[in-house]
Design a protein around this ligand. Structure first.
Ligand code: TMP
Length: 215
């Protein structure tokens, strides 16, 4: 079977992490051995970078440092995990990937499309997702669902990016919608305000149609 690469994107509270693990489970139940990973993170080094990036106390981080750290985390993940898995014919599922850099750093931080587009290319080479699900909902609704992160203590706290104001997150959403509009073939827009079962069945249907499967 040919390998393929699927990514999940969305604003905070869109539910993409839960959806990504449910889709991974669907693949497993259908007899596949998918690799589920996340960004930033997914390797030892990248998880260390993640801690720095999301630490709410690091409010001194400048935009370019933030950008470079996301890219560094991704370069390591691609080299160490994603590329070898795809080369071995596996299905790779990733919770966020380079579209997040375009939406957050490119649009919301204002670094700009051209610079991000070039740096994304340098970072991932030809490791481009075959299919991307953009779980879309309003920023108000996303925030209403509360932070997805859980500290070891079990207490939910907002991370450094989640602490940005509503206007920042509205720019993130607008950035994502722009990507979906431009890349209709790769990026599927999913209404994440709908019930979880509906969202999951929409995604499953798209995967089955695209790859000729029945998970
Ligand atoms: P998560 O909430 O999906 O775990 O992602 C961590 C945060 O990092 C989230 O606020 C989005 C942000 N992010 C970026 O700003 N740029 C990126 O390139 C990636 C992958 C994530």
């Amino acid at each position: 079977m040919n390998s393929f690469f699927i990514t999940f994107e969305g604003i905070e509270g869109s539910g993409k992490s839960t959806v990504a693990s449910s889709i991974s489970k669907r693949f497993e139940d259908a007899g596949y051995t998918p690799l589920l990973t996340r960004e930033p993170g997914g390797t030892r080094l990248s998880e260390d970078i993640r801690k720095i990036l999301l630490d709410p106390k690091r409010n001194d981080m400048c935009e370019k440092t933030e950008l470079m750290l996301y890219l560094a985390s991704r370069a390591q993940l691609v080299k160490e995990v994603i590329k070898p898995a795809l080369d071995n014919g596996r299905i790779v599922l990733c919770d966020r990937y380079f579209d997040a850099t375009m939406a957050y750093q490119g649009w919301a931080r204002g670094i700009g499309e051209e610079m991000i587009s070039q740096l994304n290319k340098v970072t991932v080479g030809n490791v481009i997702p075959d299919l991307t699900f953009l779980l879309d909902l309003s920023v108000e609704e996303g925030f209403g669902r509360g932070p997805e992160h859980r500290e070891e203590t079990g207490v939910r706290v907002r991370d450094r990016l989640e602490l940005e104001d509503m206007e920042f997150h509205k720019r993130v959403r607008a950035g994502y919608l722009r990507i979906a509009d431009r890349e209709k073939e790769r990026v599927k827009l999913i209404d994440a305000s709908k019930k979880f079962d509906f969202v999951l069945s929409e995604i499953t249907r798209n995967i089955n149609d695209r790859f000729g499967l029945s998970i």
